[in-house]
Design a protein around this ligand. Structure first.
Ligand code: IMP
Length: 429
């Protein structure tokens, strides 16, 4: 079996877009399986930069691309994105894009609730305010609207009534005006004909792909430390981001997801609130942020930066089911005299080799560092091991050893071609 699943192995923004684009060249089909337009994947091809949010990265290569049932879809945002990439020369037609009929819709009321809650909270999550959490809540609460409902607009008033019975209570509690049911119905009727041509069946598409021996790339968004179960709860997103979700979120069995590639940045970043043991609030952190252009793709927020935390990645390799990693942004570490890597924590005088589940304990962790020699040479745009300085190779080897997973790919610039392949994730060698 030749499928590959890509997941983020830190707090997101590891450079998944570039790696997924690189891999989708070798795939026949690309499938998103969780998250929504909280994701932002940047793909650079020559002098053209594409910023994708909901569209699977396969669209850049013209590959059949599925938005799976595990994704929550803001249909207005999807249409905007289709128009935006269309203006940049990518024509998205139903031949290329399929939206799972059983994917849940994100509505304006979800974005509003996300914003109301964040604005009112004394302890904010730092969400992207795209309505992701509230729409997943409605999915689990069995009152959500789904893509398929746009094919049967006559059924919408009853479904809207059920949904608003819940939301209007919350909105009154926030002192916010109730949702105008007629206006929501009209807005949905307006976009229905534009969305319905894309609606199809994710599981049937994937079954047909399997029968035709096609290679499928499952594209994760966010990352394991933002996973609703395995992340730094409550400072997490509202979906499962681990590799297992690739199966549930698209309609295949767990054995179909293939090799799991975890994307790992050579240092650590986080956007939004929550614990971050190796965070550097000093000139070194600033330097990492400047050199790595660490600003959020979706919200433009400045990302928090810190040294590589091997304890966290070792844990996400285990929980995420990672077989090998793609190590990104090694070039950002060029020119540092020495580099620190976190190899354990101290909590109230005790040593730990894992991230405890309690948020208060996570906030009190003191990192224990190992120091490695840096390198003065440039690794930028290196395309083979031979072009890397010996200390950069030592850094990569030490990372592999500490996290318990081998490097499959090494990325040395945002450009598609600046990639060193150690073993092909599609064939495992
Ligand atoms: P939400 O997904 O908008 O609910 O946000 C929850 C948390 O996940 C916040 O800390 C966000 O900053 C973070 N988050 C959501 N999507 C991404 C992403 O694509 N990259 C990095 N962080 C993200």
């Amino acid at each position: 079996m030749a499928n590959v699943t890509v997941i983020g192995a830190q707090w997101g923004d590891e450079g998944k877009g570039k790696i997924i684009d690189w891999l989708s060249n070798r795939a026949d089909m690309v499938v998103r399986f969780q998250g929504g337009n909280n994701a932002g994947h940047t793909i650079v091809v020559g002098n053209q930069t594409y910023k994708l949010s909901l569209l699977p990265s396969g669209v850049v290569q013209g590959k059949r691309s599925i938005i799976g049932n595990g994704v929550v879809v803001d249909p207005w945002s999807l249409l905007d994105e289709i128009a935006r990439v269309g203006a940049a020369g990518l024509k998205i037609t139903p031949d290329i894009l399929v939206l799972a009929e059983n994917a849940v819709l994100v509505l304006p009321l979800h974005r509003e609730l996300d914003t109301m809650r964040e604005d009112a909270a004394s302890q904010k999550i730092g969400t992207t305010k795209r309505g992701i959490g509230p729409s997943y809540e409605d999915k689990v609460g069995r009152r959500a609207l789904r893509a398929i409902d746009l094919k049967d607009v006559a059924s919408l008033p009853a479904k809207i009534e059920r949904l608003l019975a819940h939301h209007n209570v919350l909105r009154r509690g926030f002192g916010h005006a109730e949702v105008d049911a007629a206006a929501l119905l009209a807005a949905l009727k307006d976009i229905a004909p534009k969305i319905t041509p894309f609606i199809g069946s994710s599981w049937r598409e994937l079954d047909a792909a399997k029968r035709a021996s096609k290679r499928v790339l499952f594209e994760g968004a966010q990352a394991v430390l933002l996973d609703i179960d395995h992340g730094t709860y409550p400072f997490v997103t509202s979906s499962n981001t681990v590799a297992g979700q690739a199966a549930a979120g698209s309609g295949v069995g767990p054995r179909e997801i293939g090799t799991v590639l975890g994307i790992v940045k050579s240092y650590t970043t986080r956007v939004g609130e929550g614990p971050f043991p190796t965070e550097l609030k000093d000139a070194t952190g600033e330097k990492l942020g400047e050199r790595g252009h660490e600003f959020g793709t979706v919200t433009g927020r400045k990302r928090r930066c810190g040294w590589f935390d091997a304890v966290l990645v070792r844990q996400t390799v285990i929980c995420g089911g990672v077989d090998g990693i793609a190590l990104t942004k090694l070039d950002v570490l060029d020119g540092f005299a020495e580099l620190k890597v976190c190899i354990g924590y101290e909590l109230d005088g005790k040593k730990l080799d894992y991230l405890p589940a309690d948020a208060n304990e996570q906030a009190r962790l003191k990192p224990v560092y190992e120091t490695l020699e840096g390198w003065s040479e440039s690794t930028q745009s290196a395309r083979s091991w031979a072009q890397l300085p010996p200390n950069a190779i030592k850094y990569v080897r030490r990372v592999e050893e500490l996290i318990g997973a081998p490097v499959s790919l090494l990325s040395t610039s945002p450009d598609r071609d600046d990639t060193i392949m150690v073993r092909d994730p599609f064939i495992g060698r």
